[in-house]
Design a protein around this ligand. Structure first.
Ligand SMILES: Nc1nc2c(ncn2[C@@H]2O[C@H](COP(=O)(O)OP(=O)(O)OP(=O)(O)O)[C@@H](O)[C@H]2O)c(=O)[nH]1
Ligand SMILES: [Mg+2]
Length: 452
C-alpha cells in the first residue's frame, strides 16, 4: 500500500476549531440550564443529545453512521469491517430496528490530534418509503449527528436515496457512497454504475473519490475444484467479503480531516440546538401569553356580567387588567409593579380611547338596565355586556404583550398605531362569541348550583 493513510499529514490544524466547538456545546448546555420547567420538559431530548455530544467531544469519539435504504447490506458491512457478527443481518428488509453503536476497536486507530480517540460504527434502520416512517426518522436523526456518513446502496439510486443524499449534502455532511453487493454485478455493469455515481449527477454531493465498491456478505458461489489426478468436483462456497477499499477510504478521510469533521459537526449541532431552543422559547412564551390574556378576558367578562352596579364594573375591570399586565410582564421576564401596570393599562386605554368610550356607554346603559331587571333579563344583558368588557381586556392584553415583546417599549410605533393594528387584526365577532359562550357556561352552571 503506497498511500498508507496513516502517514498522511492532517490538512487542517483544528485545535482552535475544536476548542470553539467544545465551548459552543458547553454554552448550549448552559443556556438550557437557564430554561423554565416547561421549556425543559419539551427540550429534554435535545438536552440529552447535547450532553452526549459533549461527552463525545471529550472522548474524541468519531461516529461513522451507516445509512441507506433497507436491505442494502448496512449491517453486513459493519460486520465485515469489524470482522465478526456484531450486528444482525437478514434477508428480510427492515431488519435493523434500532440504532446500534459498534466500537471499531480492532482497527487500532486514532484520529490525528486526538490521542485517545475511538471510532464507532453506527448501524441504523433502513430508509423505507412505504413503512417504518418512525425508524427512517431515527436513522435520519442519527445521520444528522454523524461525523462521517457511509451511504450504502446496492443499485442505481432511487428517488428516496437521492433526496436523502441531497439532504445530507445540504447539511455539509461528509459522505462516502458505498456501492455494496458488487458480487451481483458483472464487471461491465459495475463500471457503468461507478461512472454514474462519479459523474455529474452527484457533483457537489459526493466527492468522486468517495465512491467505493464493496461486497459485505457475498452470495455463495459454485467453485470447480481440480484434484491432483485431474478429476474435478464442484463445491459451493462463500467468497470472502471485500471491504478493504472502503476501510482505506475511511481512514484517509479521518486522517486528513477527522478532527476538523468532529469539530465542525459539534459546532453545527450546537448552533442548531441553540436555534431550536430559541424558537421553542418564543413559541412557549407566546402560547402562555395567549392563555393568560384569554383567561383574564374571561375573568373580566364574568366580573362585569355578574356585577349589577356600573362602578363595580369599572373598578373590577381595571384591577383585572392591571393583574393581567403584571402576569404578562413576568412571562416576558419583566417585573412590573401594580401601579406601573395600572399606568400602562391607562395609557393603552387612552390610546384606544374611542373603543373604550363606546364600551363604557354600553356598559353603563346595560348595567342600569341589569340593575332594574331580574331573571332571564339579567342573563340576556349580562352576556353582551360582559363579553364587551372582556373584549376590552383582550385588546389591552394584546397591546401589553406587544409592549413586552418589544422590551417594555412601543418600539418605533406610537401606542395608538399599535392598538389600531391590533384592532385591525382581531376578529372581534369571534372573540365576542367565544366570550359569550364562556359566560353562558359559567352562569348556567351557577344557576343549576343554586337550584340544588
Ligand atoms: N449478494 C450479496 N448480498 C449481500 C451483501 N451484503 C449483504 N447482503 C445480503 O443482503 C441482505 C440484507 O443485509 P443486511 O445487512 O441485513 O442489510 P441492512 O441494510 O442492514 O438491512 P435493514 O437493517 O433491514 O435495513 C442479507 O441477506 C445479506 O446477506 C453482498 O455484498 N452481496
Ligand atoms: Mg440492518
Amino acid at each position: 500500500m503506497t498511500d498508507s493513510p496513516v502517514s498522511t499529514k492532517p490538512l487542517v490544524t483544528t485545535d482552535v476549531d475544536y476548542q470553539a466547538a467544545v465551548s459552543s456545546v458547553r454554552r448550549a448546555i448552559e443556556n438550557y440550564q437557564g430554561c423554565t420547567e416547561a421549556e425543559r420538559r419539551v427540550l429534554a431530548r435535545d438536552f440529552d443529545e447535547l450532553q452526549q455530544m459533549a461527552d463525545k467531544l471529550e472522548a474524541g469519539r468519531v461516529d461513522i453512521v451507516v445509512f441507506g435504504e433497507i436491505s442494502t447490506g448496512k449491517s453486513a458491512l459493519i460486520n465485515a469491517l469489524v470482522g465478526g457478527n456484531v450486528t444482525q443481518v437478514n434477508v428480510q428488509g427492515g431488519w435493523t430496528k434500532d440504532i446500534w453503536h459498534v466500537p471499531w476497536e480492532g482497527i487500532g486507530y486514532c484520529v490525528p490530534g486526538l490521542a485517545n480517540s475511538q471510532v464507532v460504527l453506527v448501524d441504523t434502520p433502513g430508509l423505507n418509503e412505504v413503512e417504518g416512517h418512525e425508524r427512517s426518522a431515527i436513522a435520519r436523526s442519527s445521520a444528522s449527528r454523524a461525523d462521517l456518513v457511509l451511504f450504502v446502496t446496492d443499485s442505481d439510486l432511487n428517488e428516496t436515496e437521492y433526496s436523502a443524499l441531497l439532504e445530507l449534502a445540504a447539511s455539509h455532511k461528509p459522505i462516502i457512497l458505498v456501492l455494496n453487493k458488487a458480487d451481483l454485478y458483472s464487471r461491465k455493469d459495475l463500471q457503468e454504475l461507478l461512472e454514474l455515481f462519479r459523474g455529474r449527477r452527484l457533483i457537489n454531493i459526493v466527492d468522486p473519490e468517495n465512491v467505493v465498491v464493496t461486497q459485505a456478505n457475498p452470495r455463495e458461489m459454485e467453485y470447480v475444484i481440480e484434484a491432483a489426478d485431474g478429476s474435478t468436483r464442484t463445491e459451493w462456497r462463500k467468497p470472502e467479503p471485500k471491504v478493504s477499499e472502503l476501510k482505506e477510504r475511511i481512514l484517509k478521510v479521518l486522517n486528513a480531516e477527522g478532527k476538523a469533521l468532529i469539530a465542525l459537526n459539534a459546532a453545527m449541532f450546537a448552533a442548531d440546538k441553540g436555534d431550536r431552543m430559541g424558537a421553542l422559547r418564543i413559541k412557549l412564551r407566546e402560547a402562555e401569553a395567549s392563555k393568560v390574556i384569554w383567561s383574564f378576558a374571561v375573568t373580566k367578562s364574568l366580573a362585569v356580567a355578574l356585577n349589577p352596579v356600573p362602578a363595580v364594573d369599572i373598578l373590577g375591570g381595571t384591577a383585572v387588567d392591571a393583574t393581567m399586565v403584571v402576569t404578562l410582564g413576568k412571562i416576558y421576564g419583566m417585573n412590573i409593579t401594580t401601579s406601573n401596570a395600572r399606568a400602562l393599562v391607562t395609557s393603552i386605554l387612552k390610546a384606544a380611547g374611542w373603543v373604550m368610550l363606546s364600551e363604557a356607554v354600553v356598559s353603563y346603559a346595560s348595567s342600569v338596565f341589569k340593575a332594574l331587571t331580574v331573571g332571564y333579563g339579567t342573563i340576556a344583558t349580562a352576556l353582551p355586556q360582559g363579553a364587551a368588557a372582556g373584549y376590552g381586556s383582550y385588546i389591552v392584553g394584546q397591546a401589553a404583550r406587544y409592549y413586552f415583546q418589544h422590551g417594555a417599549s412601543w418600539g418605533d410605533e406610537s401606542p395608538k398605531q399599535v392598538i389600531t393594528q391590533i384592532l385591525a387584526n382581531t376578529d372581534k365577532e369571534s372573540v365576542l362569541e367565544r366570550l359569550k359562550t364562556e359566560i353562558g357556561k359559567k352562569i348556567s352552571l351557577n344557576r343549576y348550583a343554586g337550584d340544588e
